[in-house]
Write a protein that binds this ligand. Structure first.
Ligand code: FAD
Length: 502
């Protein structure tokens, strides 16, 4: 029997996952767990080529991924040297010297159907950086480097917040590999050198390896990273005019003694921004920059001058471009991960995009032959997520008051996508955030970045008008006090990690 074909009586769909990075192993593990009745999964990867090996900050959805697979959180955190993440601290984005934290979760709670920020704005009409931060338990805990599990059932802003993880990207895929292989996923080591396609419709029939092996399948999931081996170059939508950053220089540093920050930091730089992601055993650092505005040598110099401590390894240069495939699922090839598109890691969204694409694939899991409706449904879901995230990322650049470098001048003055321009106009006039019902970055996220970067609206929802300003001040103070009190009772983040996930 040829490799990749099924035995007698097994007519499940043959799924071949091409690539064994974060995207490949997440896909293989999830398909084995969630669609194992309908398919058998084979993964091909090349140790010689390796994985991109960055991607250390996640979103709260990652918790649901590991929960849905039945993976023990503490075991996952130990294996990947993970820390907790309560949000992202943005430094110097609005103006040099300003900072705010974009938390996971809401500020305060809505009253009479009106969101909290409309009440807040009555008493804080001026730009104030993080002035709304103390009304979020997540921000307050992050500021104090504390952590404990939230109680999101209680509907109490003092105890409810979201959290995610910061982990070692080189350890996550191997962890998932063990898990997936134990559940029937088969793995082939080898470099793909050719792709065999149907003459009639261009569908992939098999991939051919350097060692001469041929792996057949019904459905191919292209997780080959920036190489995009199967999905190819034919359908790329380029967004670099809106998101000009196209390179990163990255290197780890040693963990400082003492507490571990339960958040990722994004610090604006002359031609982009710099990440700092604290793990248990080291700190991940990288400078994402636009090569149109800064050459690689200068970027490296600025990066080394800015990081805290000596790099533990020679800084790596990574190249990318912002955009996505116009059809991530084409024929019998579904691209997931870097093969499907790239949005810079300013809001840690790539692994989330992998996860949502897997969910969409499971929802639209094809039969034989593949139904165009499944493909279209999948592509619509993926496209909508990419577009919304793109606009939210652009906001971080465009809503700046900085004019100290040509890069910041460019992003401040550039034309934005029409949906973002409309969203900004609505906010400026009414403090409303144009909503969508599901997906990433709902109202509290937009409020965090807009207020954090000093985009103060002219008006607010008049249904929130409180005739007695002193009463509103007292209510705000009580809420802030309740949050501060609950957070003060939480342990230090490192202490929590040592007690619960050591
Ligand atoms: P890769 O890791 O590149 O894996 C590709 C796989 O394909 C490898 O196994 C490789 O061996 C295999 N392959 C390729 N060619 C062949 C071949 N010919 N034959 C056989 N196998 C082959 N995401 C986040 O969510 N948070 C972050 O903080 C974050 N930071 C990032 C920072 C930077 C600078 C970059 C560039 C990305 C970042 N990302 C982040 C994105 C994240 O790294 C990726 O989304 C994630 O790692 C998935 O990558 P991948 O599996 O698609 O690709």
């Amino acid at each position: 029997m040829r490799k990749g074909t099924t035995g007698p009586g097994d007519d499940r769909l043959r799924v071949v996952v091409v690539g064994g990075g974060t995207a490949g192993w997440m896909t293989a593990a999830a398909l084995a767990a969630l669609a194992g009745q309908a398919c058998r999964v084979e993964l091909v990867e090349s140790a010689e080529i390796g994985i991109v090996g960055v991607g250390e900050a996640t979103l709260p959805h990652m918790r649901f991924f590991i929960q849905r697979l039945g993976i023990d959180e503490a075991a996952f955190m130990r294996a990947t040297d993970a820390t907790f993440k309560l949000g992202i601290e943005f430094r110097d984005f609005g103006e040099i010297g300003e900072r705010y934290i974009h938390p996971f979760g809401t500020y305060g709670r809505p009253l009479g159907g009106v969101a909290f920020h409309h009440y807040f704005l009555q008493r804080h009409p001026r730009p104030g950086g993080s002035a709304i931060g103390p009304y979020s338990a997540g921000v307050t805990a992050a500021e104090q480097r504390r952590f404990a599990l939230p109680d999101n059932e209680a509907d109490d802003p003092a105890t409810s917040f979201g959290y995610a993880y910061q982990f070692d990207a080189t350890r996550f895929a191997p962890f998932l590999r063990d898990w997936a292989e134990a559940r029937g996923v088969t793995r082939t080591e080898g470099r793909i050198v050719d792709v065999e396609r149907e003459r009639t419709n261009g569908d992939v029939r098999a991939v051919l390896l350097a060692g001469g092996e041929r792996i057949e399948g019904d459905l191919f999931v292209d997780c080959s990273g920036f190489r995009a081996l199967l999905i190819g170059e034919q359908s790329w939508e380029d967004w670099s005019h809106w998101l000009p950053c196209d390179r990163a220089v990255a290197a780890p540093t040693a963990s400082p003694a003492g507490t571990i920050e339960p958040f990722t930091r994004a610090a604006a730089m002359p031609a982009g921004w710099r990440w700092r992601i604290p793990l248990r055993h080291r700190v991940g650092n990288g400078y994402v920059y636009a090569s149109r505005f800064l050459d690689d040598d200068m970027a490296r110099e600025q990066f080394l001058a800015a990081i805290e401590g000596e790099p533990l390894a020679e800084p790596r240069l990574l190249r990318f471009r912002a955009g996505r495939r116009t059809r991530s699922w084409t024929g019998n090839v579904v691209a997931i991960g870097l093969a499907s598109g790239f949005l810079e890691p300013l809001e840690s969204t790539s692994i989330y995009l992998v996860q949502m694409a897997i969910t969409a694939l499971v929802e639209h899991f094809p039969g034989r032959p593949i139904d165009a409706l499944d493909r279209d449904g999948f592509n619509r879901s993926v496209d909508a997520e990419y577009d919304r995230i793109r606009d939210f990322l652009i906001l971080h650049y465009h809503a700046t008051r900085r004019s100290d470098t040509p890069f910041w001048d460019h992003v401040r003055n550039m034309e934005t996508p029409p949906e973002l321009a409309q969203k900004l106009a609505l906010w400026r006039e009414t403090a409303q955030v144009a909503q969508y019902s599901h997906g990433l970055f709902l109202e509290p996220s937009w409020v965090a970045v807009l207020l954090g970067q000093g985009v103060i609206p002219h008006g607010w929802d008049q249904r929130a008008a409180i005739p007695d300003p002193a009463a509103l001040d007292r209510a705000l103070e009580t809420l802030q006090g309740a949050i501060a009190e609950r957070v003060a009772a939480m342990p230090d983040h490192r202490v929590w990690l040592e007690g619960h996930a050591a």
